[in-house]
Design a protein. Structure first.
Length: 278
């Protein structure tokens, strides 16, 4: 005698291919979406760690191969590049302020694929692996995915911070001088550049008014970093901004003395890749 449970049992042989469309399915039925993230695990574990000068591993990216599972015919790749590095504030004999680095750039691409296809996936790192004591720093590293149905799908790294030098009395207004004015998205359906860093501050050589610095942020993820001081001689960037955030830059408020030598910039956050498939 048949049971109720047996009436509910359906197998592939009961259906003709493509006989049931997505529009005929109830809410919650249909594809099961899976998500995989590729990133440097140290970045996640230590995303707000102080940079004590030994963070090379934290600056690394991560590259690997990803193989399309059985039953998958479409895949969406989202990529974030590494954030730019913050600048130091050590090379000019005046009251000056540094803009933070730009956040990593973002791109997304959806393609048709087939089981067994293999893709090279790389989440970009960042530079440098410790504090920068130069007026300029370096961009973050690019993130990309290579493989079937993709062509030059990548994003360049976030732009570096920069020392926005003023006259002997320092800058007089807020600036966004960390933007290196490039197009950093390639081969994508859609992309957004990371926001730029900002520098602010004005006043006399001995820090008579507030100085502040803000780093850029990557689209949809991460956070910005701000540090400010009103009566200090200098401010160092000390924390890593993961994922894909721009590095903080140093600020120096005294002119032509030893204090300018301590205002180091910090590295940005390493990048991220998100893979979504049904």
């Amino acid at each position: 005698m048949a049971t109720y449970a047996s009436y509910k049992t359906l197998t592939a042989e009961n259906f003709t291919d493509n006989s049931i469309s997505a529009s005929k399915l109830g809410a919650g039925a249909g594809h099961k979406y899976c998500t995989k993230y590729i990133y440097n695990e140290r970045g996640l574990r230590c995303h707000a760690c102080s940079d004590a000068g030994n963070c090379c591993e934290q600056a690394n990216g991560k590259c690997c191969y990803w193989c399309v599972p059985n039953g998958v015919s479409k895949v969406t790749f989202e990529i974030w590049s590494g954030g730019g590095a913050g600048a130091g504030n050590t090379c000019c004999n005046n009251c000056s302020h540094s803009a933070g680095a730009s956040g990593g750039n973002y791109a997304v691409k959806t393609i048709s694929t087939c089981p067994g296809c293999q893709y090279t996936v790389c989440a970009g790192g960042t530079w440098p692996c410790s504090k920068s004591h130069t007026c300029g720093a370096s961009m973050g590293c690019r993130s990309y995915v290579n493989g079937h149905n993709l062509s030059n799908f990548c994003v360049t790294g976030g732009c570096s911070g920069w020392m926005c030098n003023g006259d002997a009395w320092g800058p007089r207004h807020t600036q966004t001088c960390a933007n290196c004015l490039i197009c950093g998205v390639f081969g994508a359906d859609f992309g957004i550049m990371g926001s730029t860093g900002v520098s602010g501050g004005h006043g006399a050589c001995q820090c008579k008014s507030a100085d502040w610095m803000q780093s850029g942020v990557a689209p949809f993820v991460g956070r910005t970093m701000v540090h400010a001081h009103a009566e200090a001689w200098c401010g160092c960037a000390c924390y890593t901004n993961w994922p894909a955030g721009g590095g903080a830059s140093g600020t120096s408020s005294y002119c032509n003395n030893w204090a300018k030598c301590c205002a180091g910039g910090n590295m940005g956050g390493s990048g991220l890749v998100k893979i979504t498939f049904a």
